[in-house]
Design a binder for this molecule. Structure first.
Ligand code: SAH
Length: 244
């Protein structure tokens, strides 16, 4: 039996946004690896072993996937959203670099709809012109680098999407982010807080930076800051396609 690893994105929450390609891979799998809440989204069935693990063990998870595939398992590593966006795909390639004995493994990355795109769609079209995505977690990079990228992104007049905006272990981080943004973008810039997008718990709120407060975000929120031209039309937020 030839094993393989598929690194699959389950989308932002709604089952309607899981791609047919991902559904087909899950149906063929013998093993599912991933963070507990994402593995919980996969239905149990005979012949399928679930391997849920806690947060922050991405490399161990990735190595486990490669080991199982080398023994003939058909492994799906699940991420929420897209597996290439602040998620497991890079972790699997990091593991592959460390464990060259697995170099011949058949690895496929199956894209999914990332939180930022589902949130933008719910709000209107705030990412309709040039934009960037920044992970605000300082687990894997220092705060100074995050601050530098925030300032550079605003100087380039990019709209911005923030993942992992706030957690209990980093209560001050998002407060600092808002301070930097007010300094760089001014108080009237629009900021959208999109929580639990595509799930029944969805909340969507757009305010100005002057009105924004850290408690508007948590770890289920993706935050979108418009560029200088982002504006409201009716109940929608959009960024014009042109910078002219
Ligand atoms: N790979 C994922 C991102 C993982 S990082 C993706 O492509 O979407 C986890 C962060 O994603 C969360 O802290 C939050 O900022 C964002 N996120 C994931 N699902 C979300 C959802 N349904 N609604 C809002 N934000 C979400």
């Amino acid at each position: 039996m030839t094993g393989w690893v598929a690194i699959a994105g389950l989308g932002p929450g709604s089952e309607a946004l899981v791609t047919p390609e991902v559904t087909a891979a899950l149906a063929k799998a013998t093993d599912i690896i991933g963070y507990i809440p994402y593995v919980a989204r996969v239905a149990e069935r005979p012949g399928l072993t679930l391997h849920p693990t806690d947060n922050r063990v991405e490399l161990e998870r990735a190595q486990h996937a490669l080991e199982l595939a080398s023994q003939g398992a058909k492994v799906v590593v699940v991420s929420s959203g897209d597996p290439g966006v602040f998620a497991m795909a890079s972790a699997v390639f990091e593991a592959l670099e460390e464990r060259r004995e697995f170099a011949a493994t058949d690895i496929r990355v199956l894209p999914g709809i990332t939180a930022m795109l589902a949130a933008a769609a719910a709000a209107g079209a705030p990412l309709g012109h040039d934009f960037c995505a920044i992970n605000l977690s300082d687990n894997l990079k220092p705060w100074d680098l995050i601050e530098h990228r925030l300032r550079m992104a605003d100087r380039g007049d990019f709209a911005m999407a923030f993942y992992n905006p706030r957690s209990k272990s980093r209560p001050a981080g998002f407060e600092k982010t808002l301070e930097v943004l007010r300094e760089e973008c001014g108080e009237s810039r629009l900021i959208t807080f999109a929580r639990a997008v595509t799930t029944p718990d969805l909340t969507l709120r757009t305010v100005t930076l002057a009105e924004a407060s850290p408690d508007m975000a948590d770890m289920r929120t993706v935050v979108i800051v418009g560029n200088a031209a982002t504006r409201r039309v009716g109940r929608y937020i959009y960024t014009p396609r042109s910078a002219l």
